[in-house]
Design a protein around this ligand. Structure first.
Ligand SMILES: [Zn+2]
Length: 184
């Protein structure tokens, strides 16, 4: 599955057809484990946006992929590799237990509903916008899938960077800590 969109009440799946006929009623099975990882990664992406903004004074996002296997955000900025530990530290500092709120707003109310949004440069025209707010962090138009509370993310790890087109690709991951008790 590449992408899922809702259009006029119809759910459109972008995927490879293995069996059946196009336009037929389809049954689908949700890979919950993978889906939940995507939700955690996606929400973490918003936190990283804020961490990057705090450290370099704001950077527009020009692309993103929330994995798995590899998640990244592309920023229109020249981010130095030396800054990665700082981005990671700031992102984890911001995490906390913050509520993630999703709401629909009309274009005329968009400006009031958002703050710290790094993705307005690539915002398509729409009749309604879906706004995802992480309380106290940022509120931006986003159609992705997110967790309800940042405490579900675990820990954010900034893995590396790569130069892309007009900016920097920042690779990241999310981890939950596991405590192993040794007996003996
Ligand atoms: Zn999102």
């Amino acid at each position: 599955m590449k992408k899922v969109l809702e259009s006029n009440g119809v759910i459109v799946l972008y995927c490879k057809l293995i069996k059946g006929i196009l336009g037929e009623v389809a049954e689908q099975e949700l890979d919950w484990e993978r889906r939940y990882t995507v939700m955690r990664l996606h929400t973490a992406g918003h936190i990283i946006d804020r961490a990057v903004a705090d450290l370099i004074g704001g950077a527009e996002t020009i692309g993103a992929f929330h994995g798995p296997p590899r998640a990244y955000v592309d920023y229109r900025a020249d981010i130095d590799e030396g800054l990665l530990p700082e981005i990671e530290r700031r992102a984890n500092e911001l995490l906390g237990k913050r509520e993630v709120i999703v709401k629909e707003v009309a274009p005329e109310n968009l400006e009031k509903a958002i703050y710290g949004a790094p993705n307005l440069g690539r915002l398509p025209k729409a009749e309604m916008y879906r706004i995802v707010e992480i309380k106290g962090i940022n509120a931006m138009p986003c159609t992705g899938t997110h967790v309800r509370n940042t405490s579900e993310i675990g820990r954010i790890s900034i893995i590396g960077i790569e130069r892309v087109g007009e900016g920097t690709r920042v690779y990241y991951g999310v981890f939950t800590s596991i405590i192993i008790w040794a007996s003996g």
